[in-house]
Structure formats: structure tokens, C-alpha cells
Design a binder for this molecule. Structure first.
Ligand code: DGJ
Length: 732
């Protein structure tokens, strides 16, 4: 043990990650190392670190910040953004601790019964007697090697304490000289952007009551030039579906912090005596390249008890097939075509409820429209179920149209400030779901319909950002409570209807985060299903989510959002890399197209166990026109890759491509499997097809990763699949 006046050093390890922290008696924990596993270290091994990392004194503690706490603390001389900001009407705005207690537990030990196996947790409690506050920080290293971190503040005084910010932070080392995060817009979500990690504060905020189409999603800092397979990189994500902020701060003292928290509105969290506020979890990962960083998120998600375990049913969503044109016979015919192709779930999208003939009205009136559906949905649902498919239905539970019966009867159930409900967006406004009566009403309606029709799947949309989102006559800020109420509603529906699945959609991909994924089983990645765009959107959404949680659909030949025309191999060979679906009027498809699509669906069903459990890998290709990614089985026995050309390649033929992620010591046979083999069908006789395709290539994983294979000739927006299967070792 360290002498009583000396800080302790603790080492948390799991899943290839080490976090070393310094624990002081009057300060919240400070990270000394977050990154690769340092191996077993005794107290005696750890203690010299303090001296080794002690900074030369410059001229004041402010100039030589030796360590920065998980909640950087202004009172310690930290001149960057404090981790906790708040006050009692201007008092008690600076926090300092009389004492801090620390406790380390390992999952399975008493006191942490719910810990995921293999994980380790540090919990520290700081008391500030002057400001009458208690602050708790918890840091866990999960079995996946992911770090998660949150903070809570409790008001120990009698006067209310207003929390303005509570944003924990994790430091990254000086080698992290480049930042990566996402930008985007509707139909163009998760577009990567990079910049040098210079001195200053790069801040990404969401103010619309959801992460947004432009959500940072992950904020990463790494060695300049880091790629998927190389370059050490760290990244954080906030598990929150409301207003939020992610920041990367580079202080003049040299510290580089990645941080995040809820973006609280003025006065949104005011703690009465004894009350507490907890921040959402901030999740941090690192890797030698982005694949390893993403792999920790995927492993953590897959280990959750609620992670989808049964094969993900291929679905047909009728939105781009019929839009608001709901006609029983047409939808039944669509269901017939879907079932013939092996589709397993039929989802009726927007337009089925009272007054919803277009997107201008009806939201909130969750009753089946008697004009369009005189016998209710039963004739369609029975037909769908009779064909052996599950039935899913679209809702937008948090939204309301001003001319709805609901809004007319309960104008006080709408979010508003004293100025009014604010601008409409897509002709709609937001219901105050934290209002107990509004909550009960929506819960009751949804639950009744789910019961009546045996609904297996809810597509949960959210099309208007939360603007002027105040509550009650005073219009006090309501985003925090609204977000919590949406989570509660999802949880309650799932509790009442075991097995119910929820898809999180928000005008496409504006609500993609690990807060909503505590309750949802899939996200709608984007309203743009143009396969060309989807290659990029899915690739970067995949930094956070494994394929089985991302909805990926095959659209019609001409894309509805971009007008691009793509052949079916490119559309289906792109959509099969997630939770596959079809969003196309199959009654208008030719018999040949339907047969081809059926073959792609059957292939997806054959390989989905691999796609939905393996490690996702990306090649860092020198040729910028090509993209190659794949999924490698956990035991490295097989892998499937997709090679796509998304642009004209400058040099021709396109050159070699590596196949990453295989066992370097094993030999694999690589081939181009049907149905994506149209471009190489002349193999053996057509000299334009690379020679190896005819008989398949048998090479070691190391050779495939380091030397690679000649890529087939691909035009823009064409693809091939490459399958690698380990050759059994010869009998000894
Ligand atoms: C927006 C969604 O992203 C679409 O998929 C569709 O469900 C429409 N809303 C329906 O209004």
C-alpha cells in the first residue's frame, strides 16, 4: 500500500484494455493510462509511475497540471472546461472536495452483482461540504475492453442546486494528433470529417432533442493518418438520445481530453434538497486502427442480454412501395410477392391511422382509419400471417399534428414555451410525453393495437426536432424529461408485450445512439437507400453498431432519393450486409428481378449467422475508388467480403486488394460465390476475369492480408463478393 499521504495507483484490466488511475484523498480519480493492456502489475510495479509521470514545475499549479480528474475540476487549477458546472443562484459554482473515497470491485464480487462478467469498476464519491454537494463518478472496464464512465451530483443542501453541465472526460496521449467525427444531413448521415487536434476545444453539440442527422456519433482522436487497420486511435460515444455534446479539448498544458454529456437547457435540472442528477454513460474505446476500436463496441453490444439472438427476419417495408396509398388488395398482392421470395416480416409504414392521407395531419390519433380500412387491419394482418410472415407497424409516438383529435382535445399535452409551440417541421409538433396523461394515452393506444393485431415489430419514427420544447404553463425546459419518457414508453411496451421488437427511426438516421439501443433492436440508418450512398453510410455507422443492428434495404431500380439507377446485384449485394430488408413495389418487379432478388435473400439467410456474429473488418485500400469490407467468423474458419467500386479508378486494371482479418497461419480457399458472381462468370475462358477466380485461390491468411489478390474489373457501382473458407489441416 502507498503511504497514507500518497495517492494510490490502481490498474483496471479487461478485454485487452488497461486503465491506470491515480486516486487521491481529496480529488476525483485521474487517468494515467488508457489503452493497451499493460499486463499484470503489482502495487510495487505501479507506484513508481507517480514519480515517472510527475511534471516539472513551471511557475504555478495551473501551468503544470500533473493529472486531470475524470471530472476536470476548476478549483484544482484546471483552466479548461470544468466537468461540473452549476450553482445556487450564483453561489457554489466551484466544486472542491473535502474528501473522496474510492472503491474498486470486480464483477461478481459483493456490491456489484449486476456487473458484466470479467468487468472491473471504480466508484469514487467526493464530498464538498462548503458547496453542499456529493459527486459520484463510476468508471468500468468491460469484458470487451470498452470503458464506460458516468458521473452524478447530489444536492446535500437545502437550497436548490442547478446543474448546467456534467461532462466526464477521458484523457488521450499526445500521439493522438488527429480528430475524426461524423457530420451529415437528412439522407446523407455519418459523413466522416477529419482535422488536426490543435490547441483549443472542438465541440459537437445536438440541440434538437435527438443526436441528429449531423450527429458526431463517435469522436475519435488518433495518430495522424490512422485508418481501419493501422494507427492507434481512441474514441468516445455518448449513450444518450436527447440534447448532447461531445468535445475534444487540447489544453496548453498538453492535456488532450475526450468528453461528453447531456446538453442541458437553462434551468432544466434543478436539484431540490437530497435530489441527484446522473449523466448518461460516456463510452470509450481504443484500437490499433478503427476496426479494433469498433470491435469493442460490437462485442459489448452483442454481450447484452437483450441483444437479438434469433436470426434476424428479412423484412419488407412498404414505404417506398406505396407511400400513403394504402389499398388492401395492393398490399395483399405485395405480401404475396414478398412471401414468395422468402421474406419473413411485413411492415406497414406510415398512413394507416385516422386522417393520415399525407404527411400533413393525423399524428396522435392512433386508431385505424375507418375510411381506408373499413374492416380494420385484420384482413391484411391475417393475410400476412397466413403467408408465414410476422407483422410490423409504423408509429410516431412522440409526435402530434395540430389538427388531430388529440391536439384539439388536449392542447396542454404539447411541448411549448410561453411563446407557443414553435415552428412546425414536416407539419408536426411534439407531444409532452412526460405528461402522465399523455404518456398513458399513447401507451394505451399502442398497447391495444399491438394486442389486437399481434404486432411483432414497431417502427418508431421521430421526424421533428425538439424546438421550443417547454413543459407546462411556464414552458420550462423539457428535453431531458422527454427523452427519459420515450425510453420509459419503449420499456413499458416491451414489458407488456414480450418479444416485441422496436426499430429506432428518426427521419432516417437522426436517432442512432446507444441510449435508444437499450430499448430498440435496430436502427434505420438513413432514408437514403441508394446503394452507392449506403456503402459509406453503413461503413461509418458501423463504427458504433454491428451489422445486425443496422436496417439495410433493397430499393427499386431507380433510387427515390437520388434518382440513381443501379442493377440488382449492386443493390442487394449492398443491402445484405446488415439487417436486410426490401423497400420496393415487388408487384411492379419483373419475374426475372424477383427470381434474382429471391436468390440474394436466400444467400443472405444462408450467411446471416456469420454476418451477424463475426468481426467486421475493412481494408485500407490504396485505390480510393474501391471499398472492401467483410465479416470474419469469430473462430477465423471463414469470412465473407464485398469489394465495390464507387468511382472510376484512376489506374486500370484496379490492382490488388488485401483480405484482412484472417488467421495468418491458416490456408483459405477464396472464391466468388453466387449470386454476386455475374461479372466473373466467364472465369476460365474470359481473359478479362483474373486467373485465380476459375479454380479459387488457396493462400494463407498472412499472404491474403499482406499480398492480396487481383481485383476483378469493376465498373462504377458494381461489386463482387469474396468468400474465404479455411482449408482443413491435412491429417497428421
Ligand atoms: C421517415 C422515415 O425515415 C421513413 O422511413 C418513413 O417511415 C417515413 N418517415 C414515413 O412518414
Amino acid at each position: 500500500m502507498a503511504p497514507p499521504d500518497q495517492p494510490h495507483v490502481v490498474h483496471l484490466r479487461a478485454g485487452g484494455t488497461s486503465v491506470v488511475l491515480r486516486l487521491d484523498a481529496d480529488r476525483l480519480p485521474c487517468v494515467l493510462h488508457w489503452g493497451p493492456d499493460l499486463g499484470p502489475l503489482s502495487d510495487a510495479d505501479l507506484r513508481p509511475l507517480l514519480a515517472a509521470l510527475a511534471m516539472p514545475y513551471v511557475d504555478s499549479p495551473m501551468a503544470s497540471q500533473e493529472a486531470v480528474a475524470l471530472l476536470p475540476q476548476h478549483s484544482s487549477g484546471w483552466l479548461g472546461q470544468p466537468g461540473l458546472l452549476g450553482s445556487r443562484e450564483g453561489r457554489d459554482w466551484s466544486v472542491g472536495f473535502d474528501e473522496v473515497t474510492h472503491e474498486v470491485t470486480t464483477a461478481g464480487t459483493p456490491g456489484w452483482a449486476d456487473g458484466p462478467s470479467g468487468a472491473q469498476r471504480l466508484r469514487s464519491v467526493g464530498t464538498d461540504r462548503i458547496s453542499e454537494l456529493e459527486v459520484v463518478v463510476e468508471l468500468e472496464v468491460l469484458a470487451s475492453g470498452l470503458v464506460r464512465l458516468r458521473a452524478a451530483v447530489r444536492n446535500l443542501g437545502q437550497q436548490p442546486y442547478q446543474v448546467d453541465r456534467l461532462e466526464p472526460a477521458l484523457p488521450v496521449p499526445a500521439e493522438a494528433g488527429e480528430l475524426l467525427d461524423m457530420a451529415g444531413r437528412h439522407s446523407h448521415e455519418r459523413t466522416p470529417q477529419r482535422r488536426p487536434f490543435g490547441v483549443g476545444h472542438w465541440v459537437r453539440e445536438s440541440w434538437g432533442g435527438r443526436p441528429g442527422h449531423d450527429a458526431a456519433t463517435l469522436l475519435c482522436a488518433g495518430q495522424p493518418g490512422f485508418a481501419f487497420r493501422t494507427g492507434r486511435v481512441w474514441g468516445v460515444h455518448l449513450a444518450c438520445s436527447g440534447n448532447q455534446v461531445l468535445g475534444a479539448e487540447h489544453a496548453v498544458t498538453g492535456w488532450r481530453l475526450l468528453r461528453g454529456g447531456e446538453r442541458l437547457l437553462p434551468g432544466e435540472v434543478r436539484l431540490a434538497a437530497g435530489q441527484a442528477y446522473a449523466s448518461p454513460w460516456l463510452l470509450g474505446s481504443w484500437g490499433e486502427g478503427l476496426d479494433e476500436l469498433a470491435g469493442r463496441f460490437h462485442r459489448m453490444l452483442r454481450a447484452r442480454p437483450q441483444h437479438p439472438r434469433r436470426p434476424r427476419p428479412v423484412l419488407l417495408n412498404v414505404w417506398e412501395a406505396v407511400y400513403f396509398d394504402h389499398d388492401l388488395d395492393r398490399l395483399r398482392a405485395l405480401a404475396d410477392r414478398a412471401a414468395e421470395l422468402g421474406i419473413e416480416r411485413f411492415v406497414l409504414d406510415d398512413g394507416w391511422f385516422r386522417g393520415r392521407r399525407d404527411d400533413r395531419s393525423g399524428l396522435g390519433d392512433w386508431y385505424v382509419d375507418e375510411q381506408v380500412w373499413p374492416e380494420g387491419l385484420a384482413p391484411l394482418v391475417d393475410h400476412v400471417r397466413g403467408l408465414g410472415m410476422e407483422f410490423g407497424l409504423w408509429f410516431e409516438p412522440e409526435m402530434v399534428s395540430l389538427d388531430s383529435e388529440l391536439a384539439t382535445a388536449h392542447p396542454d399535452w404539447l411541448l411549448r414555451t410561453r411563446r407557443g409551440v414553435g415552428p412546425a417541421s414536416r407539419h408536426q409538433h411534439v407531444l409532452d410525453l412526460a405528461h402522465p396523461d399523455a404518456f398513458d394515452h399513447v401507451l394505451g393506444r399502442m398497447s391495444a393495437l399491438i394486442d389486437e393485431y399481434g404486432i411483432a415489430y414497431v417502427k418508431w419514427d421521430h421526424n421533428r426536432p425538439l424546438v421550443e420544447a417547454g413543459r407546462g404553463p411556464a414552458g420550462t425546459p423539457g428535453v431531458h424529461e422527454q427523452t427519459a419518457a420515450a425510453y420509459r414508453l419503449m420499456a413499458e411496451l416491451k414489458a407488456r408485450h414480450p418479444g416485441l421488437e422496436i426499430e429506432s427511426c428518426s427521419a432516417g438516421g437522426a436517432r442512432v445512439d446507444l441510449g435508444i439501443l437499450e430499448h430498440a433492436d435496430r436502427v434505420w440508418v438513413s432514408d437514403c437507400i441508394d446503394a452507392h450512398e449506403r456503402h459509406r453510410i453503413v461503413r461509418w455507422t458501423g463504427l458504433l453498431l454491428p451489422p445486425e443492428l443496422m436496417g439495410t434495404h433493397v430499393g427499386s431500380g431507380v433510387d427515390h432519393t437520388t434518382g440513381r439507377r443501379h442493377d440488382l446485384d449492386f443493390r442487394a449485394g449492398t443491402a445484405m450486409w446488415g439487417h436486410m430488408g426490401v423497400e420496393w413495389d415487388l408487384t411492379a418487379a419483373s419475374p426475372e428481378e424477383r427470381a434474382e432478388l429471391g436468390a440474394w435473400i436466400a444467400f443472405h439467410q444462408q450467411v446471416r449467422a456469420l454476418l451477424h456474429s463475426g468481426d467486421v473488418v475493412h481494408a485500407d485500400l490504396a485505390n480510393p475508388a474501391l471499398q472492401l469490407e467483410g465479416v470474419v467468423a469469430a473462430d477465423r474458419s471463414e469470412a465473407l467480403y464485398v469489394l465495390a467500386a464507387l468511382d472510376h479508378t484512376l489506374t486500370w486494371p484496379p490492382g490488388r486488394v488485401p483480405l484482412p482479418g484472417l488467421d495468418p497461419e491458416r490456408t483459405y480457399r477464396v472464391d466468388v460465390p453466387p449470386p454476386g458472381d455475374r461479372l466473373v462468370r466467364g472465369a476460365g475462358t474470359d481473359r478479362r476475369v483474373p486467373g485465380w477466380v476459375a479454380g479459387g485461390a488457396a493462400l494463407t491468411g498472412r499472404v491474403l492480408a499482406e499480398v492480396g489478390l487481383q481485383a476483378p474489373l469493376l465498373g462504377v457501382d458494381q461489386l463482387v463478393l469474396l468468400r474465404a473458407v479455411a482449408v482443413p489441416d491435412p491429417a497428421p
